[in-house]
Design a protein around this ligand. Structure first.
Ligand code: PMP
Length: 299
């Protein structure tokens, strides 16, 4: 599904470094590390009427990513929260908003890879946009398997939520060309890793499976689904999953802040049919919706 421009986003105010700017004025320097080398980390958060869903977990991951990347002068957590609050309040936003939070290594004194050229601290960017969940969660989506592999820790650890998204973008291009909604990416060994922008789960005879988070992002929504399965008494197994297992699963769904929980009904032309008749995906989707208010942090 191709997202469309939402006219409500025409006049949004965007936070860059320490101030708010009108959409057309919000800019980073051409010497910023994100321009020079994709040298930045990011989070996608969603605003519900009760607040920001699992904001604490997103900020933990942002801080961990920045630490792993050896960023210097990372804004303290309270300052980041204040900046998010100011941005939401200035835009008078209350719900159906997606926030793209980016922390770049900052501006360099001259072009180059060396982080010692970054001498003015990191740069926080907060882009709040009206954006309902992006997938067709009612009817489900169609995916194809990409030939582009998801990074392993040998190459670029997926535990860092970084801005080097080229392999995922190349996978998404393959899915676009094939007329699908998203690309399924495999790991180095040919096991299922995740989709280009979401994590993946399957169920078979009432047991839910998801790949180990070795070659996929340790998604916040993924973590919540694992917790909810345990709370609901649904058996949850993390394992290597082959394409054949996914093709023949009873139910398959993907998870992420952008789309919440989305059924997948077609993978490489294989239609996902519930042979056992045992449904767990619906229970997890309902549990997710029920839990949103309690997991939101008022801001
Ligand atoms: N995988 C990838 C590659 C992603 O970019 C995202 C979204 N940031 C996810 C999974 C979903 O993660 P989360 O549930 O934390 O939004």
């Amino acid at each position: 599904m191709l997202q469309k421009f939402d006219p409500r986003n025409k006049d949004i105010l965007i936070w860059v470094k320490d101030s708010l700017y009108a959409r057309n004025e919000a800019k980073v320097s051409v010497f910023d590390s994100v321009v020079q080398g994709g040298d930045a980390v990011w989070e996608g958060l969603r605003l519900y009427p009760e607040g920001l869903l699992m904001m604490d977990r997103h900020l933990d991951r942002l801080m961990d990513s920045a630490k792993a990347m050896h960023f210097e002068h990372i804004p303290p957590r309270d300052e980041i929260i204040d900046a998010i609050r100011s941005t939401i309040q200035a835009n008078e936003m209350t719900k159906n908003v997606h926030i793209r939070l980016t922390l770049t290594r900052g501006e360099k004194i001259t072009s180059g890879m060396d982080p010692r050229l970054n001498q003015s601290g990191s740069c926080l960017i907060i882009v709040p946009e009206y954006k309902p969940p992006v997938y067709d969660n009612e009817n489900g989506i169609k995916v194809i398997t990409s030939s582009i592999r998801r990074n392993s820790p040998n190459h670029l650890d997926s535990k860092i939520h970084h801005n080097n998204l080229i392999n995922n973008i190349l996978a998404k291009i393959q899915s676009n060309v094939a007329g699908a909604d998203a690309a399924l990416m495999l790991d180095l060994y040919g096991y299922v890793a995740e989709l280009n922008g979401t994590n993946i789960f399957m169920s078979r005879k009432g047991v839910v499976y998801t790949p180990h988070a070795d070659a996929c992002l340790h998604g916040i929504t993924r973590g919540l689904v694992i917790e909810m399965a345990e709370e609901l008494g649904v058996k949850m197994v993390k394992k290597n999953i082959s394409l054949t297992e996914i093709y023949t699963a009873d139910e398959v769904f993907c998870t992420g802040t952008m789309g919440e929980l989305t059924p997948i009904n077609n993978i490489d032309g294989r239609i996902i049919e519930n042979k056992s008749g045992i449904k767990v995906m619906e229970d997890l989707i309902n549990a997710f919706e029920d839990r949103i208010p309690n997991l939101c942090i008022a801001i």
